[in-house]
Design a protein. Structure first.
Length: 409
């Protein structure tokens, strides 16, 4: 009987029988890039190098290129998150991309209504309650070419608050879906389920309205996700976690306290944790979409929101674009009609030519939409306002940290 030892980026497993390996691969625990211990050379090798394991991946259709997973989240409800998810899926499908929409709004799913499915015959509740089912088993067809979807469960208290192991199964199986893009419409607000799913996606889009309360809710969501990611990254350092928890417990709505002095303390107290901490900050790039924008002033306000994220959280957010306000929006919402079905292809609210190009480039290139001007590169110190700086010593340390902020456009 063959025995295996295997490891992922975060865990090591073994001894395992082949049957156990099969189950782990089916559940999405192992990917082709994970490693197994080759006893002949006593070295860790990629699972794809073992013929038996490669065949198991092929049997479970997990040897294909994984899809690009994009989370669409918001700090509060009613900002147009679901309408954007439906519209983006249709735009990607029109580009010839194979898309799967996932309704992960566990508390109030209604994405199926936007996609022309009034009563879904199977929902996420089946994934959580029945053994042996995967996300691919509950896929439903939609009236739109190249788009399939996974529906949320309406009215189920159990499905509205999935347990940790259920969330883990859901997250792992997203990468096994047969598509080029997977769009995940999330629950509004902050919860463990929402934050964990968001952090495990390839890209994250935050939808907000050009209103002070909406920006505050969006800031709270981004702040919470960043803190959770940082905690997981510096879990080994008790001192660093203590500093981060002190920052987390601050009433940020009352005190505009920057993360910078806490980063300085962490770097002084635990150099290794400081390096990892800065690495997380450099690679944390939430993308912002502002909905219902009526004028140039509101586009400028959205830039101010981005600068607040830079000043207080030391991260570079990216402005993906904005959606213009139109008088017929309320009628579209009542009819559950995505923006792309308005027939206004060239002058529609999403500025389609530029929006399409952004989608085609995999969300890595910014859409040059709105009234924003190109920013020059500035350090964190230069972006901090006088009332946020704490002392000349902190300013000097900020220079040493050299947290470079790339161009916003």
């Amino acid at each position: 009987m063959t025995i295996y030892y295997a490891r992922t980026s975060s865990n090591q497993f073994g001894p395992l029988r082949l049957a156990e390996i099969r189950r782990f691969i089916k559940d999405g625990v192992f990917q082709l890039s994970d490693q197994y211990l080759d006893f002949s050379s006593v070295k860790w090798k990629a699972m794809v190098e073992d013929p038996v394991l490669k065949q198991v991946f092929r049997e479970n259709n997990t040897d294909k290129k994984p899809p690009k997973i994009i989370a669409i989240a918001s700090g509060k409800g009613g900002v147009g998150k679901t309408a954007l998810a439906a519209s983006m899926s249709i735009e990607l499908a029109n580009l010839g991309k194979k898309v799967i929409l996932v309704d992960a709004d566990f508390g109030g799913p209604d994405l199926h209504e936007w996609m022309g499915i009034s009563r879904p015959p199977i929902t996420l509740n089946a994934l959580f309650s029945k053994k042996g089912l995967g996300l691919s088993d509950i896929l439903l067809s939609t009236p739109y070419k190249n788009i399939k979807m996974i529906c949320g469960d309406v009215g189920s208290l159990e499905s509205s608050n999935p347990k940790y192991f259920q969330r883990l199964k859901f997250i792992r199986q997203l990468r096994q879906l047969d598509a080029e893009y997977v769009l995940v419409d999330q629950s509004p607000g902050v919860s463990y389920a929402t934050v964990d799913i968001y952090l495990n996606c390839d890209e994250g889009i935050i939808v907000t309205l050009p209103e002070a309360t909406s920006y505050m809710d969006a800031f709270n969501f981004i702040r919470s996700t960043l803190i959770r990611r940082l905690k997981k990254a510096i879990f080994f350092s008790e001192y660093a976690l203590q500093q981060l928890e002190e920052f987390e417990n601050l009433d940020w709505r009352k005190y505009e306290k920057s993360l910078l002095p806490f980063l300085v303390r962490i770097e002084r107290g635990d150099a290794r944790a400081g390096v990892i901490f800065k690495g997380v900050l450099r690679n944390f790039h939430p993308k912002i979409v502002t909905n219902m924008v009526q004028n140039k002033r509101e586009t400028i306000e959205s830039q101010g929101f981005q600068h607040s994220l830079t000043k207080l959280l030391l991260i570079e957010s990216r402005r993906l674009g904005f959606i213009e306000y139109r008088k017929n929006f309320r009628a579209l919402i009542k009819e559950h009609r995505p923006f792309v079905l308005t027939g206004q292809r060239n002058t529609g609210p999403l500025h389609f030519n530029k929006w399409r190009r952004t989608l085609e480039n995999g969300f890595h290139q910014l859409a040059k939409i709105g009234a924003g001007k190109k920013e020059t590169n500035r350090t964190t110190k230069e972006l901090l306002q006088p009332d946020i700086r704490h002392s000349p010593e902190i300013d000097a340390q900020a220079k040493k940290l050299d947290l470079q902020i790339p161009s916003l456009v």
